[in-house]
Write a protein that binds this ligand. Structure first.
Ligand SMILES: *Cc1c(COP(=O)(O)O)cnc(C)c1O
Length: 373
């Protein structure tokens, strides 16, 4: 078997596959538990957008046909909502598909991609898979007064050289929840050379209510090398359907489109995403629940004396008095799935997705019990 590693393309032998959150079904099967809750994959605790769900159901009857490869209707509605042209959009099977397309378009052996420590785990995977070098910039220090563990834009800029082709920025970042403000990010973009592409990953942007939080799409006319990625997996509650998109200038979109797999977004996903865009009240409810849940979790962590990283996402990463992996296991036994983040270099933290008020309360109760024992 090991010989296949020698046959594999450059980069594949260095690849560490993505570790997803544990599925509920698996936990229930393994421990014979029921009534389990999953706060591990930043999914929407309110379920899917009802309008999206209905559209997906109705679309399933047409699955003997290939999907519309042009994504005409979804792109049309997105373009209208975002104030861009349909030619500025590329659809993906989740936004990670779009991020992968950027990596496959611009990265290769001898080239490099720059991103921050603690940044989203798919960046090193796509970079390494393309045979390129992953250049990881140190993050802001853990005792930074404003944004501990956040992206350090100066440190990232210092790693860029002639061979850099992609810079990945997650705003806000997962798993830290940290974010970049408008002025700082804009200054960074203005200082970049034009031989590289910037991926601004805005998977959680619809949740963010912080002032001075930038909207990357508003900057596309100023930065032809910028691509903004967004997803229907998070606030829209459609993670299981796999649909997301990238927005950039038409020239950049055209090039990236060369590596897109045909029919990459399936029939129910196209229909659900299109319908979910009209589900304003679901988005509003999701946002409000998340705001309240972030406050509920942060207040409880404060009361327990646990430091947590400032977050504007739908998750919060908390420091523990002992190894996160052990706390994760103990919580599993109580039927609660959170996310250990040792693979991100945060062995004494866990990341918890904001759930409903009752789910958060149950998690907090279980965490207190686990830490007391
Ligand atoms: C969840 C997430 C994504 C996208 O996930 P998809 O389901 O592929 O759309 C992208 N970036 C970050 C930082 C995420 O957390």
């Amino acid at each position: 078997m090991n010989d296949f590693l020698k046959l594999a393309a450059p980069g594949i032998s260095d690849l560490h596959p993505y570790v997803p959150g544990k599925p509920l079904e698996e936990l229930e099967r393994e421990l014979g538990l029921s009534e389990t809750i999953k706060l591990a994959s930043n999914e929407n605790p309110l379920g899917p957008s009802p309008m999206g769900l209905e559209a997906a159901r109705n679309a399933v009857v047409g699955i003997e046909r290939y999907p519309d490869d042009s994504g005409y209707r979804l792109k049309g509605k997105l373009a209208e909502n975002l104030g861009v042209e349909p030619e500025q959009l590329i659809l993906g099977a989740g936004s990670s598909d779009v991020i992968d397309m950027v990596a496959r378009t611009f990265l290769a052996p001898g080239r490099n991609a720059v991103f921050s420590r603690y940044a989203f785990a798919m960046y090193p995977i796509y970079t390494t898979a393309a045979g390129a070098e992953a250049r990881v910039a140190p993050a802001l220090p853990s005792d930074h007064p404003g944004m501990p563990y956040g992206h350090d834009l100066e440190a990232m800029a210092a790693l860029i050289d002639e061979q850099t082709r992609v810079v990945f920025i997650a705003n806000p970042n997962n798993p830290t929840g940290t974010w970049l403000e408008r002025a700082a990010l804009r200054d960074f973009l203005e200082g970049l050379p034009n031989h590289l592409v910037v991926v601004l990953d805005e998977a959680y942007t619809e949740y963010v209510t912080a002032p001075d939080f930038p909207d990357g799409i508003a900057w596309l006319d100023d930065f032809p090398n910028l691509i903004v990625t967004r997803t229907f997996s998070k606030i829209y509650g459609l993670a299981g359907l796999r649909v997301g998109y990238g927005v950039a200038g038409p020239a950049l979109i055209g090039i990236i489109g060369r590596v897109r797999h045909p029919f990459n977004v399936n029939v129910p996903a196209l229909a659900a995403a299109e319908a979910a865009l009209d589900d304003g009240s679901f988005l509003e409810r999701s946002r409000r629940l998340n705001d309240a849940g972030l406050r509920q979790l942060a207040a409880a962590f404060d009361a327990m004396g646990l430091e947590h990283i400032p977050s504007v996402g739908n998750f919060i990463t908390v420091a523990l008095p002992r190894e996160g992996a052990g706390v994760y296991d103990d919580l599993l036994r109580k039927g609660i799935i959170v996310r250990p983040v040792a693979n991100y270099g945060l062995p004494e933290h866990i990341r918890v997705t904001v759930g409903t008020e009752a789910e958060n309360a149950r998690f907090l109760q279980a965490l207190e019990e686990v830490l007391a024992s």
